[in-house]
Design a protein. Structure first.
Length: 293
């Protein structure tokens, strides 16, 4: 399957502006829909929020003109979904695959609208300035997992723009161990007009407009998602820190190997063998977007 969705390296300004207007409308309408779905408290509220975010992600990907090629799919039932992160687009890509509750860094929610949408969808919002809130966040995630939800996190401590896989945060994996659920790794790779795409490899930060405009102007974007075999969060003999470190290491190595990336540990890189992976998905299938009413 070809990665090139069109001959032009960049979209025209009028076409990009048109897509931007549609995307803005999708975000506003989707945010309102999620608010209405979660307005009634009680049983099912988190599931309704996750479902709303799932549908919003699918429609917004289509509005932005982003093509998703998927190999495999998220497993049913509770699991800790762990992915590498190349860009803010990856939030949409992973949640478009199925309803799940996101774990979002506070600095990603710079926009009040984005923060409100995630909060209404039941997201666990993790602060980045202090580690004092980490145990509480881990307990929130474990509680969601015990209740049967899929919970999605980006494992990397630092986003390195798609050229390597950074070591994963260990703390989040404690939630999977505490809840006795499996870890579901997914490897993500970006391509634009057949090549890796540095212009879209940035996070939202305080302003989503700039990164979104670069995606709209950058031309056809393909994101490949490889859902890897699940990893059991097994508790053996030893300290809890050893257990979560082992689970995190298995997840980061699985994703790095699937992408053919080295793993960055501090300033050192551990080379991993290149294997048939998300980078070479001829067997993958294009994500089926819903029609926009």
């Amino acid at each position: 399957m070809a990665d090139v969705a069109g001959p032009a390296a960049h979209r025209s300004v009028p076409r990009a502006a048109c897509r931007a207007a549609v995307a803005a409308a999708v975000i506003l309408i989707g945010g309102l829909a999620i608010t209405l779905l979660t307005r009634v408290p009680g049983y099912g509220r988190t599931r309704r929020g996750a479902l709303g975010l799932h549908v919003l992600s699918r429609v917004l990907l289509r509005a932005l003109g982003i093509r998703v090629v998927s190999r495999g799919a998220p497993r049913s039932g509770a699991s800790l979904v762990v992915a590498n992160q190349v860009s803010w687009i990856d939030v949409l890509v992973v949640h478009a695959a199925g309803p799940m509750v996101p774990v979002v860094r506070e600095d990603f929610c710079g926009s009040p609208l984005i923060r409100a949408v995630f909060a209404r969808a039941g997201a666990v919002i993790v602060g980045t300035r202090s580690r004092r809130g980490v145990p509480g966040s881990v307990e929130q995630i474990a509680d969601l997992l015990r209740r049967g939800h899929r919970v999605q996190v980006f494992g990397e401590s630092v986003v390195v723009g798609g050229t390597a896989t950074n070591t994963f945060h260990r703390a989040t994996f404690q939630a999977a161990i505490d809840a006795a659920v499996v870890i579901s790794p997914v490897a993500l790779a970006h391509r634009t007009v057949g090549t890796m795409s540095p212009p879209i490899a940035d996070l939202a930060g305080d302003d989503l407009i700039g990164p979104m405009w670069r995606v709209l102007r950058n031309g056809p974007v393909t994101v490949r998602a490889h859902w890897l075999p699940v990893i059991p969060a097994v508790v053996g003999a030893g300290h809890p820190a050893v257990h979560r470190a082992a689970a995190a290491t298995r997840a980061e190595r699985a994703i790095a190997t699937a992408l053919g990336h080295p793993v960055t540990v501090g300033r050192q890189r551990v080379a991993l063998a290149l294997v048939p992976s998300a980078v070479h998905f001829s067997a993958g299938k294009r994500f089926a977007h819903p029609r926009v009413a």
